[in-house]
Design a protein around this ligand. Structure first.
Ligand code: FES
Length: 158
């Protein structure tokens, strides 16, 4: 007479193989989740990071910009945002943000007609004040304080 008392017990090597497979599956799942989450994180964090970078910058010194001839413009970055320094023909210096208040295109100063124009949808701004004077822009351009020294033009937040 025989009794069946033998249990099927996995061999030690087989148990280690299962644990290894489980660990590899968990690692691969975590890596896959991270790969999916990172672009979402970057998308959501970008405006916050840009805002923090912008608020960290309070002034920009533009070396030798005092030599800019009247009736011309110098494009530069104020933090992460494009900006412009206009030296008007009457000698006045004006610092303005160059981001259109409509949908964020970069605007350009046109000395001939003496206007700031946005090519995206035809927005227009006053080059002295940055006021929105035509087209779809709902707000004026950001205005900066300009100080001219012997070595540079310093543009700072108002
Ligand atoms: S983005 Fe400038 S007018 Fe639309």
């Amino acid at each position: 007479m025989s009794t069946v008392t033998d249990k099927i017990v996995p061999e030690p090597d087989e148990q280690a193989g299962r644990r290894g497979f489980l660990a590899a599956a968990i690692t691969a799942g975590a890596a896959y989740a991270a790969a999916l989450a990172y672009p979402v994180y970057r998308y959501l964090a970008s405006p916050i990071e840009q805002s923090a970078a912008m608020s960290a910058v309070t002034e920009v010194a533009l070396k030798d910009a005092q030599k800019l001839s009247p009736g011309s413009v110098l494009m530069f970055k104020f933090g992460t945002q494009p900006a412009m320094l206009i030296h008007h023909k009457d000698g006045q210096w004006v610092g303005l943000g160059a981001v259109c208040s409509h949908l964020g295109c970069t605007v350009q100063y046109q000395p001939g007609p003496n206007r700031i124009h946005c090519y995206c949808h035809g927005g227009e701004y006053d080059p002295q004040t940055g006021a929105n004077i035509g087209g779809p822009p709902p707000r004026p351009l950001k205005k900066y304080v300009v100080k001219v020294t012997d070595e540079a033009v310093v543009v700072s937040r108002a």
